[in-house]
Ligand binder design. Structure first.
Ligand SMILES: [Zn+2]
Length: 132
């Protein structure tokens, strides 16, 4: 289970809406599945169908997390036109099987949906999200 403070939950949805129709992406950091801080990253692909985080930006975030003794809890991104379920590309590009993948779907404009998964070698495990 991943626990996300309400303020961060709202900020992620706002981030997704701000980047629409492009996918947004970011990193959630914290400890033991509890999110404490969100980092918005640029989608280096600038695409409505896929995302990637630039290595330089990722490095900067990793250094900041290190400095604050935070761990990477999740990587999040948005689906602007599809349901919140990992795409084939998401599975292929899941380089951190130990962290959660959080997907924000803007398919239903007035009620965005958030889902969490662990993506491991060709298998997708749904995980619960608790908003705290
Ligand atoms: Zn995706």
């Amino acid at each position: 289970m991943i626990r996300i403070p309400k303020s961060i939950y709202i900020a992620m949805i706002e981030h997704a809406r701000k980047e629409f129709p492009l996918e947004c992406c970011g990193i959630l950091s914290g400890k033991d599945g509890m999110v404490q801080k969100a980092f918005e990253l640029e989608n280096a692909e600038q695409s409505p169908f896929r995302y990637s985080m630039s290595p330089q930006e990722q490095l900067r975030v990793f250094e900041e997390m290190d400095g604050e003794s935070l761990e990477m809890v999740a990587i999040y991104h948005s689906h602007t036109h599809t349901i919140p379920f990992p795409s084939e590309t998401d599975v292929k590009m899941a380089f951190y099987p130990e962290v959660f993948s959080v997907i924000i779907s803007l398919k239903e404009e007035i009620s965005p949906m958030l889902k969490a998964f662990r993506i491991q070698k060709d298998a997708i495990y749904p995980e619960e999200i608790e908003i705290v």
